[in-house]
Ligand binder design. Structure first.
Ligand SMILES: [Zn+2]
Length: 89
């Protein structure tokens, strides 16, 4: 089946994983990570494309790498926000 994918989301998930290997977050539970991901993606433009389910990187994707520095800056901002006001106790 054809599926709508947000390339920015895939790249941001990967960047968040890398960020976590370098920085110790106050909380790395599923909820906080989802919050950070959501807040990060809200700051970035979506990059939708149509893919077949399970399809690996297309040529289009590999040629359209979003700005890593911009993504990292958005992650740092989102992480600080979640750290200051977590969604749980
Ligand atoms: Zn948490």
């Amino acid at each position: 089946m054809y599926k709508l994918e947000n390339h920015m989301e895939a790249v941001t998930r990967q960047a968040l994983k890398e960020y976590m290997t370098k920085v110790t977050l106050c909380c790395t539970c599923e909820r906080c990570l989802a919050d950070i991901l959501a807040l990060t993606l809200n700051q970035l433009p979506a990059k939708y494309y149509v893919s077949l389910k399970g399809e690996i990187l297309t040529q289009w994707e590999s040629q359209n790498r979003p700005d890593q520095a911009r993504i990292m800056a958005a992650i740092v901002r989102a992480a600080k926000q979640v750290e200051a006001t977590p969604s749980h106790d």
